[in-house]
Write a new protein. Structure first.
Length: 234
């Protein structure tokens, strides 16, 4: 199994993903430069964090218009798994592959710390192996992480069970106090109707190693691998 990791000017998270995947799973990684128009054969596409194009205009705005994104859209329409982490989530929203947008944090500060999220649905390529309402401690590192959706989009996200994670406290309680950036309804991650395109702000790839004392992120890679295995065999 191999994952394609998309790299734009300013991308930095490709190294964390490669380390997490290749050191914990039988998965290899191949980097895909943003000018690519035809994707190599991969089992999943991951768009990492960082500051693509130095967040010019808006985070993800320039990257969403790179040549590779047309190929990724076709890949997703055919059922291919696409995961956006941090800046990758912003790019997927800017490209119209996920609803809503990511705005500047309510306190306008860059945040880098561990937070807690609660699994809202297990029905997605990124949450398949989690438990409903399971809590995960994951790091965030963003200034533009405040998820916003229109009322219609928000209604659809709830009705169609498309919210992957919501920020909560260590006692599993969702509140404004557990919301690090002011995201609507404490939303930390969402997916599309096909459940193969997922965006998440917390960097779960940075929580996969015993040496840093946190392996909560591994279950999301396990979900991804099992989803791919199941759908490839059906």
């Amino acid at each position: 199994m191999n994952f394609g990791i998309v790299v734009f000017p300013g991308t930095t998270g490709q190294y964390d993903i490669k380390y997490a995947v290749e050191n914990n799973f039988e998965v290899s990684c191949i980097e895909i430069w943003h000018t690519t128009t035809e994707l190599p054969k991969t089992d999943a596409i991951i768009i990492p964090g960082g500051s693509s194009f130095a967040d010019y205009l808006r985070p993800g705005a320039m990257a969403a218009r790179s040549p590779v994104m047309n190929a990724i859209k076709h890949y997703a329409l055919k059922g291919g798994v696409v995961i956006g982490i941090g800046n990758g989530f912003q790019i997927l929203c800017e490209a119209g592959m996920l609803p809503g947008t990511l705005l500047i944090n309510n306190k306008t500060d860059f945040m880098s710390k561990d937070i807690v999220v609660k699994t809202n649905t297990t029905n997605s390529s990124l949450t398949l192996m989690t438990q409903k309402e399971q809590t995960l401690k994951l790091p965030i590192a963003h200034k533009y992480g405040r998820y916003f959706a229109s009322n219609d989009e928000l209604t659809s996200l709830h009705q169609d069970d498309l919210i992957l994670f919501r920020y909560c406290d260590e006692n599993n309680r969702i509140s404004i106090y557990a919301n690090p950036d002011g995201s609507t309804d404490n939303i930390a991650g969402i997916c599309n109707f096909g459940r193969n395109v997922c965006g998440i702000m917390p960097h779960f790839e940075r929580a996969c190693d015993e040496e840093i004392g946190n392996t909560d992120g591994k279950v999301l890679f396990e979900s991804l691998i099992n989803w791919i295995g199941h759908h490839h065999n059906n």
